[in-house]
Design a protein around this ligand. Structure first.
Ligand SMILES: [Zn+2]
Ligand SMILES: [Zn+2]
Length: 213
């Protein structure tokens, strides 16, 4: 992507506080620290580092976590991404698609009432992130405890309400709910294995394209 030219120095306006750095556009002669290429749809993080929008969102997707992406530079949590000012008026369809994804990311981590409303609007993405987080083998025990607690809670409601629509059979009600939770966790873990296999294959294909033998 073409970088903005340096402003003409014929006027008497003072130079910017940090030469070559601006809040609205990436540093001149710099490149994306993730793909080491020219910035494509440049976005500034709340920690003042610039990335291609697609690169930082991909980086975030690789971490199976509900938490915001950690900046690869300073390790601060990225809670907002600000696209380069000139992009906001772009009519390019691909740029608009990427900016929509940036908006979705920002809405996930916006605080306050508006943040809550945006979270509800992006519920499918939140559920997907939640499932990805649950499929992380390093967090399996943590989620298994949560699922067991939820199963116990639901079984208490089921028994208190004297419901009788589930095929509980010879199991006790709490055991039945726990078994359902166990099956759910098993399916999520299987999904995680398939997802990681797909990511590894994609990374291998990208590496093969970038470094053909
Ligand atoms: Zn990049
Ligand atoms: Zn940073």
């Amino acid at each position: 992507m073409a970088k903005p030219d340096s402003p003409a120095s014929t006027d008497n306006s003072p130079p910017p506080p940090l030469l070559g750095r601006s809040k609205s556009s990436p540093p001149i002669n710099d490149c994306c620290p993730i793909c080491f290429d020219d910035f494509s749809v440049p976005c500034r993080s709340n920690c003042d580092h610039w990335f291609c929008a697609t690169c930082i969102l991909e980086f975030w997707h690789y971490g199976a976590s509900l938490k915001p992406c950690k900046c690869p530079f300073c390790l601060r949590s990225i809670t907002s991404l600000s696209p380069e000012a000139t992009l906001l008026s772009s009519k390019n369809l691909e740029v608009s698609r990427v900016l929509k994804n940036v908006d979705k990311y920002n809405s996930l981590y916006a605080g306050g009432a508006s943040g809550m409303i945006m979270k509800v609007r992006t519920l499918p993405s939140v559920i997907k992130r939640c499932l990805l987080d649950m499929s992380d083998p390093t967090r399996r025990d943590y989620y298994y405890c949560i699922v067991r607690c939820i199963a116990l809670f639901l079984s208490l409601i089921y028994m208190a309400g004297s419901f009788d629509f589930l095929p509980i059979g010879f199991l006790s009600t709490p055991r039945f709910f726990e078994l359902c939770g166990l099956i759910f966790m098993g399916l999520v873990q299987m999904f995680g294995i398939l997802h990681r296999y797909w990511l590894r294959r994609r990374a291998r294909n990208l590496a093969a394209d970038a470094f053909p033998q």
